[in-house]
Design a protein around this ligand. Structure first.
Ligand SMILES: *Cc1c(COP(=O)(O)O)cnc(C)c1O
Length: 454
């Protein structure tokens, strides 16, 4: 069997909310001024109530509205594949499966939450949504979703990706999305950064500040985030819920589940439903989040309160972070250039319930090419991080002479990232080694905000 497919009527009817099952619930978000826990009403200027309720919910399952499930049918259920040809090349006793989210209209998992977020905004009469985008995947997904619900979409795109990936803008424009390179001169946050450093390549943190600043100025405009927040991670659990059914169909169950981690949404999406089986039924699936060695918040960051954005507009979140002023190297995996990890993934890592690993860029691209040559799909540069880890695990299985079942999330295709592959073939990419000073650079400004004792 190469493909493990589900029928449309097998699309799960619920998202999974891991907050119901975590042994330690995350610490609360804090107001940046008072440093007191914020309540749902504090988030109301930027998010619709429907999403705020999901953000704080402790219900185990939340029903997917019929309208959202109907739109999901455009690309879901997504296929799961057994990577026979990759296994053969690696000569490994491991069984390697991957769940392919690149079949969505935007080419990545982001559409799973974009459609849900646009739906809840529409319910509350929102006319316009502002957002940030790194590599362009999230801006594309939200433009498509907003267009379906007749909502305006305004996207702040990190400058380096805006320059590296011009076709992303054309796609967003096709779906009526308006796209601005960030930092821009449209916002105070953007102008302040440009005054300091006119040639900055930008960052997700800066783009988030710009999008929030625009949203708070108008009561009919809200803001949407493509990762990090609890409700975003929850919408992505449709990936893992389908994977559970597909694994059952294949008569198998993973020993290891792997995904790249930028903010944590595709990792959460595939792994949280398996973690439910760890937490509730005594299963022992190893869930491994893979980050770039040039932006290693999980493996080298501090667990502490920090802002989600650069200007400090968001609440303080308890997370593994490199500091909101950390400026990651200009690697091609733009979706992984974020200074922090979602609160849920951070708490799970702190509690030893998931694992994390950091891998350098060249090993990832090499893995991406190996995967493309065996399985025929060009992976997004972000996705190559999961592939590299899967190959490492398959090689360990070979050394140990053990058959293991490995599942990874192929969270997006790389058809709009081919400049990255061209640079790789031209020998222009390099690995990035951070010094202790680099790692501390973004944390320095945080001494006024509460650290979290061990
Ligand atoms: C956005 C993105 C990521 C990183 O974000 P997560 O929230 O960690 O999933 C990874 N891969 C792709 C293809 C993306 O579009």
């Amino acid at each position: 069997m190469n493909k493990i497919l589900l029928e449309e009527n097998e699309i799960p009817r619920h998202w999974y909310n891991i907050q119901a099952d975590m042994p330690n619930r995350p610490l609360p978000p804090l107001h940046p001024g008072t440093k007191q826990p914020i309540g749902p009403e504090d988030l109301a200027p930027i998010f619709p109530m429907g999403l705020i309720k999901q953000e704080v919910s402790t219900e185990q399952f939340i029903e997917i509205p019929d309208e959202v499930r109907d739109i999901y049918k455009l690309w879901r259920p997504t296929p799961m594949y057994r990577a026979h040809r990759l296994e053969k090349l690696l000569d490994t006793p491991a069984k390697i499966y991957y769940k392919y989210e690149g079949v969505s209209p935007s080419g990545s998992h982001k559409t799973n939450t974009a459609v849900a977020q646009a739906y809840y905004n529409k319910q509350e009469g929102v006319k316009k949504i502002t957002t940030e985008t790194g590599a362009g995947q999230w801006g594309t997904a939200l433009s498509i979703a907003c267009n379906m619900f007749d909502i305006e979409c305004e996207v702040y795109m990190v400058r380096i990706s805006f320059d590296q990936k011009p076709y992303r803008k054309a796609i967003m424009n096709s779906f009526n999305g308006k796209v601005y390179a960030s930092p821009s001169d449209r916002t105070k946050a953007g102008r302040d950064i440009l005054a300091q450093d006119p040639n900055t390549s930008g960052s997700l943190g800066i783009a988030i500040s710009e999008a929030i600043e625009m949203a708070v100025q108008d009561e009919h405009t809200k803001y949407a985030l493509g990762s990090v927040l609890n409700h975003v991670l929850m919408h992505q659990t449709i990936i893992g819920e389908e994977s559970l059914l597909q694994m059952e169909k294949a008569g198998d169950f993973p020993d290891i589940v792997i995904a790249p981690l930028g903010g944590g949404s595709n990792f959460a999406g595939i792994s949280f439903p398996f973690l439910r089986h760890n937490l509730k039924d005594g299963k022992k699936v190893r869930c491994i989040a893979v980050e770039p060695a040039s932006c290693p918040k999980l493996t080298k960051g501090e667990f502490r309160y920090d802002f989600g954005d650069t200007a400090g507009y968001t609440p303080l979140l308890p997370m593994y972070t490199l500091g909101h002023n950390f400026r990651p190297a200009a690697i091609h995996a733009g979706g992984l250039r974020y200074h922090g990890a979602s609160v849920l993934c951070s708490q799970l890592l702190r509690d030893g319930l998931i694992e994390a690993n950091a891998i350098q860029q060249l090993e990832c691209f090499e893995a991406g090419i190996t995967f493309a040559r065996t399985e025929g799909i060009m992976p997004a540069p972000e996705a190559t991080h999961g592939i590299a880890q899967a190959i490492r695990e398959a090689n360990i299985a070979k050394e140990e002479g053990k058959s293991k079942t490995i599942l990874f999330n192929l969270c997006g295709h790389g058809h709009l990232d081919m400049q990255a592959y061209q640079d790789y073939f031209d020998g222009k990419l390099k690995d990035h080694y951070l010094t202790e000073e680099d790692l501390k650079s973004g944390i320095k400004e945080l001494s006024d905000y509460p650290a979290i004792p061990n």
